[in-house]
Design a protein around this ligand. Structure first.
Ligand code: GLV
Ligand code: MN
Ligand code: MN
Ligand code: MN
Length: 398
């Protein structure tokens, strides 16, 4: 199957009427994407592996049958709510297409070439970004992962158990990690930073997610006097504005993109507002200062309105500097390419703590991501495939 045919097969999966994608880990559309991955792997006689954390791998083994020192590529197939088509799938489809291109020219790898589809990269269902790669790399306590719940209160442990994974076996897999010689993830660029078809990542800026709970008192919207109210919506609103101000002050970014209101009635003062803060910045200190300022503003407003405010960190990723030697080698293979940092998180950022890691970016003409307008031109995607094939060939030669 060509790149275009693979793309066309995936395109309708989980697509909403507004053009955005809902492919949440272990739900129908994401399971369809997984089935697609396995079909593509089997159609190419690649060896399929699902690890204890639900990450998928397709291995092209060398003649020798050697399994170690693999060159791994790939990305993820899940999406944010209403996400774009490219974030994740572009890296997986490009990986299969790059393997096809290498086979078509008769290349025989001297090291295994693997294609990965990491589970729950976006954390859209269980809240922790890159959950599959974090578990694999030992970057999250398996006990904590087991107890994560989705929006319907279903525990991660129960959900994966329903898909034939043993929840007691999730966690770091030293055998699998030991087989990965390096990881190169191709991804659509997610801002306006790339002006040529293909670039190479230098770094991922520090980023994290925090949960803010504002607990007030539910009551009637018509009969409750203003002075009697303990309305959690008010300190929540202060926190949103404080996030913008704090980000401005600390040269960071801060986003409140998800909020849950209990009970959510037009004519009821809420009893509880839960909001999630995403903050990223040039360094640890900037992000920490941003979150601290938002927390303090929320506590102050909470005290004014007799609302209890709590803050909990859900995930945090320190700055990731991709392996310089690997990055330089890739730039050389590509005959030169822009090297740029990103504000988006990736499984590559998690794996980089354990194996040499690099990323290729494909230009995004709209500069939009995590939304339906996310895009990449067909010719740029094909340039990405050619770049990835050249990199895999260089890294996997005998
Ligand atoms: C993932 O794409 C993220 O940066 O949140
Ligand atoms: Mn994303
Ligand atoms: Mn992604
Ligand atoms: Mn303003």
């Amino acid at each position: 199957m060509s790149f275009e045919e693979m793309w066309a097969a995936l395109e309708p999966v989980g697509r909403r009427p507004d053009g955005g994608y809902d492919r949440f880990a272990w739900t129908g559309p994401e399971l369809e994407c997984r089935a697609w991955f396995l079909d593509e792997a089997r159609a190419r006689d690649l060896e399929v592996e699902r690890d204890a954390n639900g990450n998928l791998f397709a291995w092209w083994l060398p003649e020798s049958g050697e399994r170690g020192d693999a060159v791994l590529t790939g990305s993820h197939l899940d999406s944010v709510p209403g996400g774009g088509a490219f974030d994740g799938p572009l890296g997986v489809v490009s990986a299969f297409a790059a393997v096809d291109a290498l086979r078509a020219e008769g290349f025989a790898p001297g090291r295994p070439v693997g294609i990965a589809a990491f589970a729950e990269e976006e954390g859209a269902r269980f809240g922790v970004a890159c959950l599959g790669s974090r578990l694999l790399a030992g970057a999250i306590d398996p006990a904590r992962a087991r107890s994560l719940t989705d929006g319907d209160g279903r525990a991660f442990a129960d959900v994966v158990a329903a898909h034939d994974l043993d929840p007691d076996r999730i966690g770091p897999d030293e055998d699998l990690l030991g087989r990965i010689g390096c990881y190169v993830e191709l991804h659509v660029e997610q801002g306006r930073a790339l002006e040529v078809p293909v670039g190479v990542a230098s770094a991922i800026i520090p980023h994290g997610r925090w949960r803010l709970d504002f607990a007030g008192e539910g009551n009637h919207a018509g009969t409750t006097l203003l002075r009697d109210r303990r309305d959690p919506m008010l300190p929540f609103a202060h926190a949103v504005l404080a996030a913008r101000e704090a980000a401005r002050r600390h040269d960071s970014v801060a986003t409140v993109g998800k909020v849950h209101i209990v009970p959510g009635g037009v004519n009821a003062i809420p009893s509880l507002v839960t909001a999630w803060l995403d903050s990223r910045g040039p360094d640890d200190a900037a992000v920490r200062a941003t979150v601290r300022d938002v927390h303090e503003a929320a506590l102050r407003a909470g005290a004014d309105h007799r609302v209890a405010v709590t803050l909990a960190e859900e995930s945090y990723t320190e700055i990731v500097d991709f392996t310089t030697a690997l990055r330089d080698r890739i730039v050389t293979v590509l005959g030169g390419a822009p090297v740029l940092p990103t504000g988006a998180g990736h499984d590559a950022g998690i794996l980089s703590a354990r194996v040499p890691t690099a990323m290729l970016f494909v230009r995004n003409p709209t500069g939009v991501s995590h939304a339906p307008a996310e895009s990449a031109e067909r010719d740029d995607c094909l340039a990405g495939v050619r770049a990835l094939a050249a990199v895999l060939k260089d890294l996997a030669r005998g």
